[in-house]
Design a protein around this ligand. Structure first.
Ligand SMILES: *[C@@H]1O[C@H](CO)[C@@H](O)[C@H](O)[C@H]1NC(C)=O
Ligand SMILES: *[C@@H]1O[C@H](CO)[C@@H](O)[C@H](O)[C@H]1NC(C)=O
Ligand SMILES: *[C@@H]1O[C@H](CO)[C@@H](O)[C@H](O)[C@H]1NC(C)=O
Ligand SMILES: *[C@@H]1O[C@H](CO)[C@@H](O)[C@H](O)[C@H]1NC(C)=O
Ligand SMILES: *[C@@H]1O[C@H](CO)[C@@H](O)[C@H](O)[C@H]1NC(C)=O
Length: 949
């Protein structure tokens, strides 16, 4: 049967191929005309080239248009991300009566015209309607007709109000997505024929009230996502009736009561997330029978972890952190588990050796802040994939197992705040990927092993508050990534070796037994900000080099035996010299700071200050973590329904920046978690999407995902990608946005930058900040951007060109300080792969110089043209495409009366401002000259701008 069908349709298509020109396979006159009318309405968007009946006479070949097999009718419009805003265009679409799919996501549509609803409602074959990611305001339209509509996506808009019977007529609806809007009121229940509904996504709105009982009549639901609303009450006990449910997400609401055990009867349920609610009672035993991903973190669950909960072979991730669970850690942990987070509970008892024996898939284990006792079992060494092991703040005792050295993939080891004793095993030096090692606040003794300093990637080493003795190994100089070294409160002595110049955050040797003069070997730590040598037995005079360490902000020398004249320190350096009786001021009077480890007001004050600071830092960290978990939902939200629980699979992550603060802040796994969450998207340009990421330290960064992965260097050329970025990372110009780090995953590239809270120039100039951009700001932005560009064009080893220079690629550090962004695109894209229309390769509509159409080559002169358009935007306040035409053409057309094209709200300020604006307009006009040869070089542009001041 199937074979016969195939042959007959093949036969038909072949027939068609032969007879097409004469009979079939041609759009009807009607559809052809409609398509021509539609193309006129798209004039000015990036579809203009393709939707051109003159050069491309068959509309079935137009970009985003799909016809049926015989090319006789249009069935799909797939018009995502084309800056479409015309409502006239929308109204015409449904005159194509054969339409089945209409995808308009990612455009600039601000309302859905009534005619659209009326006409499209009559198109019986229309199955899919996607308006996601536009700018639509107001209430949801009432859908009448639409008998065949199966999928409706209105997510990521600004819809508001209640949802009542607007969707009641959609009898065929299978999939509804209203997430990321501002709907309020109760959860909607009139959703067509409820028996048909399979996917219901209502997340990130302001829905209130209980989960309605009607929801249980949607018996075919496979996906129910209600996260991040204000839903209260409890989960209906008969939720088990939804016997096809695969994904249930209730995170970030105010749901309470018990987690119903009926969930464990749903054989299809693979993902259940109800984190950040107020659930209480115990974790139902058996809930993980079928699950792959379970997240119940940040609730009020109590009682023990049920036997068998963690042993199910289907499990991939379990997060029960920050509840009040008690009792032992189950010994039976499934070999399939990748993430296990049980921190912040009251678990007690020992960690069974069995727990780790089968952990070959474990990557993240967090058991911190519990009451676990006993030893760290040596079986931990068999968890070959561990990247993070956090057992901090428990009551663990005994020695560190040498088997820890087998964890070749370990990046973070946190064992602080336990009762560990014995020596640090030399095997720790085998952890070649380690970034953070925290063994502080234990009872470790013996010496610091020489070999440990093989840890060339280690950036933070915390060994303070132990009983370590002997001297610091001279090999420490080999730790070339080290930026923080905490060795305070031990019994270290001997001579201090040369320290790595990478040290930046702090070098703390306080409260040890160091004696003799302060060693001059510490000279040269040019990045170091805090040096603490207090509470030792240093004597002699304060060496002069301490007064000239360029980055130093704090110097602690108190409670030593220093003597001599106190040298002059820079006023911004906080110096503590108390408790050194031999010191005298320049005038010869003794240094009166009293010495006394206990009870002295000064020391007490310092201790109180330190305690307060530690508390504050702790509080801020806790808050940051809580907030980031609440707002950015790191626990669970990256677990897409059918994906593995990890964020994008990292192939390679590299720090590029030499700046130690960034190096210590940047946490690749956190960045990747945040990238998996669409609510972190802050900005989109043609080629990239910017995500906001909050690092564990609380610092905020941008992660830029290059949207154009297929045109990037192919996999295998990673080294080249990295090398190009390394060059760019070294650029040092205050108006250029340089990469700090990058991550390559299996299918994308991500670049980290400093966070720019003001967003892009485009957003500021054409958005809410518009009125704040007075002439002084605009002029300063023009000069800054020109400065950045002329730096890039004049780069010593060849010019760095901008592939897509527009007001969206200029970021605003402040309203007067622009940063030229997207500088890497030209270097990391592979032009040989650019098959599509050229406008897609070389920039955004409105900024593309005319000659690119035939030269097909990005040039410096081309960049000058695009910069000219940006100048025109600043001068006129209009976007690069205005009223359907390019700003350059609009300006040319109206430039007879030049002062009329200036942004009046700015030019009216004063005659002087108007004069200056007219002068800059001449520069802009020179830049957008249609002949590339006639355009000035960026250097001259900068000079002309400065002369116009
Ligand atoms: C559509 O109309 C244009 C212009 O009227 C004509 O050139 C073209 O051949 C027509 N195409 C089809 C498929 O009918
Ligand atoms: C688009 O508009 C331009 C003028 O703005 C005009 O010259 C051109 O013919 C128009 N193209 C179409 C297909 O209507
Ligand atoms: C529910 O889903 C099943 C399988 O997908 C389908 O056969 C059935 O027709 C659906 N029920 C309704 C009422 O649509
Ligand atoms: C840990 O156990 C001790 C003694 O049993 C108890 O006092 C303390 O509250 C427990 N801490 C936690 C976090 O459960
Ligand atoms: C664990 O804590 C419970 C109380 O929560 C206590 O009854 C039990 O004895 C403790 N077990 C161990 C091994 O300390």
């Amino acid at each position: 049967m199937g074979g016969y069908g195939y042959i007959s349709s093949f036969f038909f298509v072949s027939l068609c191929f032969w007879f097409c020109p004469m009979v079939l396979c041609k759009l009807s006159q009607n559809q052809n005309n409609t398509m021509i009318s539609l193309s006129r309405l798209l004039n000015g968007t990036d579809l203009t080239d393709s939707w051109n009946i003159a050069t491309n006479p068959n509309p079935c070949h137009w970009k985003g248009v799909a016809c049926d097999q015989t090319n006789s009718s249009v069935i799909k419009f797939l018009l995502y991300r084309h800056s479409i805003s015309s409502s006239e265009f929308l109204t015409l679409l449904c005159q194509i009566e054969s339409l089945q799919h209409l995808d308009l996501s990612g455009n600039s549509i601000s309302s859905i015209p009534d005619d659209f609803i009326t006409d499209c409602g009559k198109v019986a074959g229309l199955k899919l309607l996607n308006f996601s990611s536009n700018n639509i305001w107001g209430p949801l339209p009432t859908f009448r007709g639409f008998d065949g509509l199966e999928s409706l996506d209105m997510s990521f808009n600004h819809f508001s109000g209640k949802v009542d019977s607007e969707l009641a007529e959609l009898a065929s609806l299978k999939s509804l997505n209203l997430s990321f809007n501002s709907f309020d009121g109760p959860l909607p229940t009139k959703l067509g024929n409820s028996a048909n509904l399979e996917q219901l996504e209502l997340s990130n709105n302001h829905f209130v009230g209980k989960i309605p009982a009607e929801i249980l009549s949607y018996t075919n639901l496979t996906v129910l996502d209600l996260r991040t609303n204000n839903i209260s009450g409890s989960i209906p006990g008969n939720i088990g009736d939804l016997s096809r449910l695969e994904t249930l997400i209730l995170s970030s609401n105010q749901l309470g009561g018990e987690v119903p055990s009926a969930l464990s009867n749903i054989k299809t349920l693979v993902r259940f997330a109800a984190n950040q609610n107020e659930f209480s009672g115990s974790v139902p035993s058996g809930i993980t029978r079928f699950l792959r991903n379970l997240d119940l973190s940040y609730n009020k669950l109590s009682g023990p972890i049920p036997a068998g909960l963690l042993s199910q072979l289907n499990l991939l991730s379990v997060d029960l952190s920050s509840n009040s669970l008690s009792g032992p850690l189950p010994a039976d942990i499934s070999s399939s588990i990748v993430w296990l987070r049980l921190g912040g509970n009251s678990l007690n008892g020992t960690i069974s050796p069995k727990a780790f024996a089968t952990g070959q898939n474990l990557m993240y284990v967090e058991l911190e802040a519990n009451n676990l006792t006993g030893q760290i079992p040596s079986e931990v060494g068999s968890c070959q994939n561990l990247a993070l092991l956090n057992l901090a703040q428990n009551q663990l005792s005994g020695e560190l197992p040498a088997e820890l050295g087998k964890l070749k993939n370990l990046q973070v080891l946190q064992l602080q705040g336990n009762k560990l004793s014995g020596q640090i095993p030399t095997q720790v030096s085998q952890l070649k990927k380690l970034l953070t090692l925290n063994l502080s606040d234990n009872s470790l003794n013996g010496t610091i092993p020489q070999a440990m300093f093989n840890l060339v990637t280690l950036s933070k080493l915390y060994l303070q508050q132990n009983k370590l003795s002997g001297s610091i190994p001279t090999s420490i100089i080999g730790m070339e990534s080290l930026i923080e070294l905490q060795l305070g409160e031990n019994q270290l002595s001997g001579s201090i070796p040369k320290m790595p110049v990478s040290l930046q955050i702090a070098l703390n040797l306080s409260r040890n037994l160091f004696a003799g003069p302060i060693p001059s070997i510490l000279d040269g730590l040019n990045n170091l900000e805090i040096l603490d040598l207090s509470n030792n037995k240093f004597d002699g005079k304060i060496p002069d080099f301490l007064t000239s360490m360029p980055a130093l902000t704090q110097l602690q020398l108190s409670n030593n035996s220093l003597s001599g004249v106190i040298p002059d320190f820079n006023s911004h350096v906080k110096v503590d010299l108390g408790g050194n009786n031999g010191l005298v001021n320049k005038t010869g009077t003794p240094n009166t700071s009293p010495r006394s480890p206990k009870g002295s007001p000064v020391v007490m004050a310092v201790l109180v200050a330190i305690a307060a600071a530690v508390f504050l830092v702790g509080l801020v960290t806790v808050l940051a973590v809580l907030i980031s978990r609440r707002l950015y939902k790191v626990n669970d939200e990256h677990l897409q329904p059918y994906e593995d629980p990890q964020p994008p699979q990292v192939i390679q992550g590299n720090l590029l920046t030499p700046n130690g603060i960034h190096r210590s802040n940047i946490d690749f796994s956190k960045a990747m978690k945040d990238v998996a969450e669409t609510s972190n998207v802050t900005l989109k340009t043609r080629f990239s999407t910017y995500y906001k990421t909050i690092m564990p330290s609380g610092s905020i960064y941008f992660v830029k995902k290059l949207n154009w992965s297929e045109k990037l260097f192919p996999l295998g050329s990673h080294d080249k990608f990295g090398k190009e970025l390394e060059v760019l990372a070294k650029l040092n110009n205050s108006n250029v946005m340089t990469p700090l780090a990058y991550v390559l995953s299996t299918d994308s590239a991500y670049i980290l930058y400093e966070f720019i809270s003001n967003g892009s120039l485009y957003d500021a100039l054409h958005g809410s900040l518009r009125n704040s951009l007075d002439w002084a700001s605009r002029y300063s932005i023009a000069v800054g951007a020109a400065q950045g560009l002329s730096f890039l064009h004049g780069f010593t080893s060849g010019p760095i060109l901008l592939l897509d220079l527009s007001s969206k690629s200029i970021m605003l550090k402040s309203l007067k300080e622009p940063l030229v962004g997207d500088i890497e695109l030209y270097k990391v894209t592979d032009p040989s792969k650019s098959t599509g229309s050229f406008s897609a390769v070389a920039g955004s509509v409105g900024y593309i110089p005319p000659e690119y159409a035939y030269t097909m080559r990005v040039t410096m002169a081309g960049n000058v043209y695009s910069f000219g358009v940006i100048l025109l935007e600043l001068l006129t306040g209009k976007p690069a495409v205005t009223d359907g035409t390019e700003l350059v053409k609009w300006v040319m057309r109206n430039s007879v009366k030049q002062e009329h094209i200036l942004d009046f709200s700015v030019s009216k300020t004063s005659q002087a401002v108007k004069t200056q604006m007219l002068a800059i307009l001449q520069v802009a006009l020179a830049c957008v000259s249609s002949s590339p040869e006639a355009r000035p070089k960026m250097k001259s542009v900068l000079r002309m701008l400065l002369n116009a001041r």
